[in-house]
Design a protein around this ligand. Structure first.
Ligand SMILES: NC(=O)c1ccc[n+]([C@@H]2O[C@H](COP(=O)([O-])OP(=O)(O)OC[C@H]3O[C@@H](n4cnc5c(N)ncnc54)[C@H](O)[C@@H]3O)[C@@H](O)[C@H]2O)c1
Ligand SMILES: [Zn+2]
Length: 358
């Protein structure tokens, strides 16, 4: 069984990982095991997950409504009440079966309930497998601002099983692919080249493992994001602001996390050519590959202004400054770069002129 170690946890791959998990659950002798799902993972993932466990465990299922819009403290309150009503105690555990919304929020819920109960992540989207379920960042959004409330705490174990991906739609799949491209850009030019050339879903598990390994290596060295871990935020300073703003426009305008990060990566690559001497050929290549996979999104002057004002409240602010992760070369990032407002405007203008047939 393939296993990748993170700071305080490990990620298991392959069929035997369910045996391993069953053994752990058995040894821990939990009073009740709560499985947190949304309506989609309830339908598509829960029966398969349960069918793979070996043993007779005291399960309760808690279902929440899917979507980033529900990644809130209100949803957490509802789950805490359900836990309480269903008799959860300090010897209970939580299994988060779902995408990044479930693993981010479930980890936070578990880490606060009675000052912390064990939790396990079983990611069911590509995004959660390669990124969200690994590394211990948990939390919820606060109004329009992403991930404002949360803690860093790792799950006991993560199980990555690509068979969950068979029911995931193409748009969601691509969203996860954005984080994989990010992993290449921030740490491994060969991986970037491999993803860029032909991304073949038959070899998806190898790519997932490469991504998890990249994230795990970073998290191991800097679990609390004092320095190195910031590289994982490439594309996210601008991307989060765009994600938040489009989320506020309602369901049909909203962008998925990876789609917003893809735009953020193009803009932050543009900034890299100004601040880190990234070669123009790399900007061209990155822009082309990302546009090829994600298309181009209209961001009006008004959208830009609103997104920039949200950006100023972004979580990476320290002492009132905004610090970016940029690239010196593909695979080689630079952290803590401050940029001027007019260059941020130019980054939006650069993205805008990439409009096809412009
Ligand atoms: N903690 C971290 O380090 C980290 C890293 C990256 C992203 N994130 C967070 O992750 C979130 C995005 O995660 P996501 O993209 O997985 O979104 P998500 O959890 O909203 O899942 C996307 C959609 O797919 C559905 N779904 C899940 N698994 C399915 C399956 N196997 N088959 C069919 N449908 C399925 C869900 O119900 C949902 O509708 C964001 O909130 C983002 O901030 C966190
Ligand atoms: Zn992300």
């Amino acid at each position: 069984m393939k296993s990748i170690k993170t700071a305080t946890s490990f990620v298991l791959f392959g069929e035997e990982s369910y045996q391993k998990l069953s053994g752990i659950l058995n040894d821990k002798n939990y009073s009740i095991i709560f499985v947190l799902v949304d309506e989609n993972t309830h339908e598509h993932c829960l029966p398969y997950f349960m069918g793979n466990l070996e043993g007779d465990f005291p399960f309760e299922i808690i279902e929440i409504v899917s979507g980033e819009i529900n990644k809130t403290l209100e949803t957490c309150s509802g789950v805490w009440e359900a836990l309480s009503e269903l008799g959860a105690d300090r010897k209970s555990a939580m299994i988060n079966l779902g995408g990044g919304v479930i693993t981010d929020m479930g980890g936070f819920i578990a880490s606060c309930f009675k000052r912390g109960i064990d939790f396990y992540n079983i990611p069911t989207t590509l995004l959660a497998m390669v990124d969200a379920s690994v590394g211990g960042k948990t939390g919820v959004d606060l109004g329009l601002l992403k991930n404002q409330i949360g803690v860093i705490i790792e799950p006991e174990v993560v199980i990555v099983d690509q068979r969950y991906l068979t029911t995931l739609d193409q748009r969601q799949f691509k969203s996860g692919f954005a984080e994989m491209l990010k992993h290449g850009l921030i740490s491994d030019a060969n991986y970037w080249n491999q993803l860029k050339e032909n991304f073949d879903t038959s070899s998806i598990i190898d790519a997932i493992q490469t991504s998890v390994q990249i994230k795990a290596t970073v998290v191991q060295q800097d679990p609390r994001e004092n320095g190195l871990r910031k590289i994982l935020n490439f594309g996210h300073t601008i991307g989060h602001a765009i994600e938040s703003y489009f989320l506020s426009l309602g369901e049909d305008k909203m962008l998925l996390h990876g789609e917003a990060i893809a735009i953020g990566m193009i803009m932050e690559t543009y900034l890299s050519t100004i601040y880190c001497q990234l070669e123009p050929e790399a900007l061209k290549e990155i822009s082309e590959i990302i546009l090829h996979h994600f298309g181009w999104v209209e961001i009006s002057e008004k959208d830009k202004k609103e997104a920039i004002s949200l950006l100023k409240f972004d979580k990476k602010n320290s002492h009132g400054t905004i610090k970016y992760v940029l690239l010196e070369h593909i695979g080689s990032p630079v952290i803590d770069v401050q940029i001027k407002d007019n260059d941020l405007n130019d980054a939006f203008a650069y993205y805008h002129q990439l409009q096809p047939n412009h």
